[in-house]
Write a protein that binds this ligand. Structure first.
Ligand SMILES: C[S@@+](CC[C@H](N)C(=O)[O-])C[C@H]1O[C@@H](n2cnc3c(N)ncnc32)[C@H](O)[C@@H]1O
Length: 238
């Protein structure tokens, strides 16, 4: 299957907006692994409806949330306002990130990398690096493909959703379709995500001007191993 054009624009909230449960621990993990302190400037890219951004802001970070979806940014802004927190909200396509130098950290969290072709994924990475100050750090969090692929079934279910999956070994992409019925109509949300390995991230980071500093295998900050549940990579600019 070729890389699906623009699948990432029309995705149901069920798939994109993670529940709040566990979010405190995830934000704590980001703060700890990046060594963030109150006053640090952090770019949350992409932020969805702001579940991580709002928590980083509560910890005193100056957060800019970026997402292509205007509605998600509106929801993120409302959360900040409800808590009296300050934040910046920027609607942008990650492939053309308009932000330059200055952030202490960029956070690309929860399976938000690899949506595009290999060349475009590198462009996304370079855009995030351009937004960092020299010495600033980037964190990317995603499923560990070695872990997931051992458990993957062609047909799986979650709540009232059916998930059809296919691992394309040639393109190294997980091609999937989420299906459910709404108001008597069947809705389908196709996805195609390139899952990079730890070693592939290291070479991608190098091309983008980052040094891979560390790889973790879960939100508790444990070291990455091939049997880890997640793959969390941290790179430093320059
Ligand atoms: C998995 S969600 C992000 C979750 C968020 N980081 C979190 O931890 O809750 C993926 C997000 O990517 C955004 N997105 C998809 N394609 C994009 C693009 N080309 N540019 C910017 N954002 C994009 C979606 O709108 C969605 O909010």
């Amino acid at each position: 299957m070729a890389v699906l054009d623009n699948w990432f624009i029309q995705v149901h909230d069920f798939i994109y907006v993670k529940e709040e449960e566990g979010s405190d621990a995830e934000a704590e993990c980001i703060l700890r692994l990046l060594g963030l302190r109150a006053g640090d400037r952090v770019l949350d890219a992409p932020s969805a409806a702001g579940r991580i951004a709002v928590r980083l802001a509560r910890a005193g970070c100056h957060v800019t949330a970026v997402d292509i979806n205007h509605d998600y940014l509106k929801r993120a802004r409302a959360r900040f306002q409800a808590e009296g927190l300050k934040g910046e909200f920027c609607q942008a396509d990650l492939r053309r990130l308009p932000l330059r130098e200055g952030f202490d950290a960029v956070c690309n969290w929860w399976s938000s990398f690899g949506y595009f072709s290999d060349a475009e994924n590198l462009r996304v990475l370079r855009g995030m690096v351009a937004a960092l100050r020299p010495g600033g750090r980037l964190i990317i969090e995603q499923p560990n493909r070695h872990f997931v692929l051992r458990r993957l079934r062609p047909v799986m279910t979650e709540s009232d959703w059916v998930l059809l999956t296919n691992w394309n070994a040639r393109t190294q992409r997980l091609e999937s379709v989420w299906i459910h019925e709404e108001d008597g109509r069947e809705e389908r949300y196709p996805m195609s995500i390139r899952w990079y390995t730890w070693a592939q991230f290291r070479s991608l980071f190098r091309k983008a001007g980052l040094t891979l500093e560390a790889a973790y295998g879960d939100h508790d900050g444990s070291d990455y191993t091939p049997s880890s549940r997640r793959l969390i990579v941290v790179g430093r600019k320059g």
